[in-house]
Design a binder for this molecule. Structure first.
Ligand SMILES: Cc1ncc(COP(=O)(O)O)c(C=O)c1O
Length: 422
């Protein structure tokens, strides 16, 4: 009997080893193809070939399970394989995936209506990404002044901001490293320090048509705007008749615990952009504008072949319905408070965290010492996916469905990593 058990055990070990070797061979092949065939934009990536996902977990082709604490960089609002979202996408795909904007389509109109009902906005335009939404916002602001007959092309943005990778949005981005290699850059942008109202006041001149800001600078280390600053910016814009563009590409769609982050600042923008989380992973971008700013586009001024296609808009509708019906904003607020308490406790024990910044499910954990990339890779080995920003910030942006139990699992893994436990 014991011989039989031994044989079975050996057979299982041999099978497991063969499976592991096959998974490793697949990983090696994908990495080698990536090096050969993909433009080297991403450098060396985390060695995970994603196969499928469910709830807050991603599974590799090797069968390993990872808690997705970065959610496709604030994109997978409902996690992976959400029933309502996949049903909406597949049923729309069976009807029609794309029709051009020569015609009307119901999901586009209904999503625009829903966004208007839930926000400050009167009008919406759909694009396909955050950068494209910001391109639209920049054009809309310039178009507004042009159509008024007094062109004011200058747009003031913040240093360390991030607005995208296209030519206009790198020009809007207040970080030289994104602009310099691709000059000459689009003129008409000026950068001022974030959270400094006097710097903003000094930069305004007769050419200034708009101010463009994020409410949390996500890509440069999760830095939130101060409440008083945002209030003062709004007042400044109103007094000087300058358009206020708020880039909520990363903060929008419940990420910070309200549907839009501007709600927490007691202000309303004139123009707002959305993307990432809006369709839960189907590419989409949106420009939202109040009545006044909407006059920036006349027929023929702007457009998009794919933007507003029925598939992406059906997905967007499903995301908004699910947020509402499952009270995901409530979940973000409860679990975020819990996460932040746990992170404070970890710091008491380890003294390894300098600061935790952000709101809701967009948090930056600044390390006191050690490298964020190393912590990221150690978390990966333990089955958790996060992003590292710069040398010392771990960013998490999990799906809005993350439970308290899953938050405990993550924080205890982080504590182990910070304490050097295997
Ligand atoms: C605030 C903000 N704006 C714009 C973008 C660009 O979005 P996309 O990558 O979809 O073009 C990002 C992406 O990280 C972002 O965080």
């Amino acid at each position: 009997m014991s011989e039989l058990i031994k044989d079975l055990k050996e057979a299982k070990e041999t099978k497991d080893k063969a499976k592991e070797a096959a998974a490793q061979a697949k990983l090696d092949q994908i990495i080698s193809y990536d090096e050969q065939f993909y433009l080297p934009c991403f450098g060396k990536r985390v060695p995970l070939v994603v196969d499928h996902g469910r709830n807050v977990y991603l599974y590799g082709t090797d069968g390993k399970k990872y808690m997705d604490m970065i959610g496709g960089i604030a994109v997978n609002t409902l996690g992976h394989n959400n029933g309502r979202l996949t049903r909406a996408i597949s049923s729309q795909a069976r009807k029609v995936i794309h029709c051009c904007n020569y015609y009307y389509n119901e999901p586009q109109t209904l999503l625009a209506k829903k966004l208007v009902e839930k926000s400050f906005a009167d009008k919406v335009f759909f694009a396909n990404s955050g950068a494209e939404a910001n391109e639209g916002a920049i054009k809309l602001a310039r178009g507004y002044w042009f159509h008024k007959g007094t062109p004011k092309p200058k747009i003031i943005t913040a240093t360390m901001s991030f607005h995208g990778r296209t030519m206009a949005t790198i020009a809007a981005t207040g970080q030289e490293k994104f602009r310099t290699p691709f000059g000459p850059n689009l003129p008409g942008f000026e950068y001022v320090p974030y959270n400094d109202i006097n710097a903003l006041k000094s930069a305004i001149d007769g050419e200034t048509g708009a101010i463009m800001l994020e409410l949390i600078q996500g890509e440069s280390g999760v830095h939130p705007a101060d409440f008083d600053y945002v209030q003062a910016v709004r007042k400044l814009c109103t007094e000087n008749k300058i358009l206020l563009i708020i880039d909520e590409v990363q903060t929008g769609i419940g990420r910070t615990g309200t549907l839009f982050a501007y709600e927490q600042y007691g202000i309303q923008p004139d123009i707002m952009t959305l993307a990432k989380g809006l369709a839960g992973g189907v590419p989409i971008g949106a420009v939202l504008a109040n009545k006044m700013a909407s006059t920036g586009f006349a027929p023929g001024d702007h457009g998009s072949t794919f933007g507003g296609n029925p598939l992406a808009c059906a997905a967007g509708l499903a995301v908004l319905e699910e947020i509402e019906s499952k009270n995901l904003l409530g979940n973000v607020n409860t679990v975020s408070a819990y996460l932040q308490k746990k992170l404070a406790n970890i710091n008491k024990k380890t003294k390894k965290i300098a600061e935790v910044r952000g709101k809701g499910f967009l948090l930056g954990i600044e390390l006191d010492s050690g490298s964020a990339s190393e912590v990221k890779m150690k978390l990966f080995e333990k089955g958790f996916l996060v992003s590292a920003i710069g040398s010392n910030v771990i960013r998490i942006a999990p799906p809005l469905i993350l439970s308290r139990f899953q938050a405990i699992k993550f924080t205890s893994a982080l504590q182990d990593v910070l304490q050097g436990k295997e």
